[in-house]
Write a new protein. Structure first.
Length: 199
């Protein structure tokens, strides 16, 4: 059985939980609390020298960090990862978009607003994070106004990757009322078989 080292309220970790549930992959969940320094202990750094969750221990004992690499590994050979060359690349396109143009803004704004004390100086970053986050949401809205999902016109791991922090974007001060196509897509994702909520 695989072991997922994760934090229950992290969208990056939720992606892995959601994919494992929907692919019916049995797993053991080990809660790792970064606020207590648990991602920086020598023991954890031996699993992932980058000191971040999610990190998965596979059945052969190998450790695999990075949410999107884990999704790719788990979904290989399943309907959640198309094999047709361009469709496969489209899945990767949106997963790279999630990590570079979406998560650093939408997730970080949520972290500052939701987890840090109100007097944190990091609040000064919020206007820029929200501006860049809205740019990413606008790109998604434009795509979803024409397509039901991000790739291959069906539910794939690209949807799982983008759902994780989009569905809770309100926590970071993003009003999704401006994005009707995203809201419809969130509903479609939530209706997929074996869907589980974050926390
Ligand atoms: N690119 C990584 C990001 C992972 C990440 O930022 N994890 C955070 C929790 S959401 C973490 O472990 N932070 C603890 C730390 O940096 O010590 C992924 O997608 O897995």
């Amino acid at each position: 059985m695989i072991t997922i080292y994760g934090m229950s309220d992290s969208g990056n970790c939720y992606q892995v939980k959601l994919a494992a549930q929907q692919l019916r992959i049995p797993y053991r969940w080990v809660e790792v609390n970064s606020a207590n320094g648990e991602t920086r202990t020598p023991e954890f750094l031996a699993r992932n020298p980058n000191g971040k969750v999610p990190t998965v221990q596979l059945e052969n004992g190998a450790f695999l960090p990075e949410s999107n690499a884990i999704l790719h590994y788990l979904a290989e050979g399943t309907p959640l990862l198309p094999t047709e060359r361009l469709a496969h690349a489209r899945v990767l396109q949106w997963m790279f978009f999630e990590q570079y143009s979406h998560e650093p803004y939408v997730a970080v704004a949520r972290y500052i607003m939701h987890y840090l004390p109100p007097e944190t100086p990091r609040r000064a970053d919020l206007p820029r994070l929200q501006e860049r986050g809205h740019q990413a949401l606008a790109v998604m809205e434009q795509h979803l106004a024409k397509e039901p999902f991000f790739a291959a016109r069906r539910y794939t791991i690209a949807d799982i990757a983008l759902y994780a922090y989009t569905h809770c974007a309100n926590d970071g001060g993003f009003d999704l009322g401006r994005y009707p196509a995203i809201r419809d897509w969130l509903t479609r994702v939530k209706e997929q078989p074996a869907h589980v909520a974050m926390v």
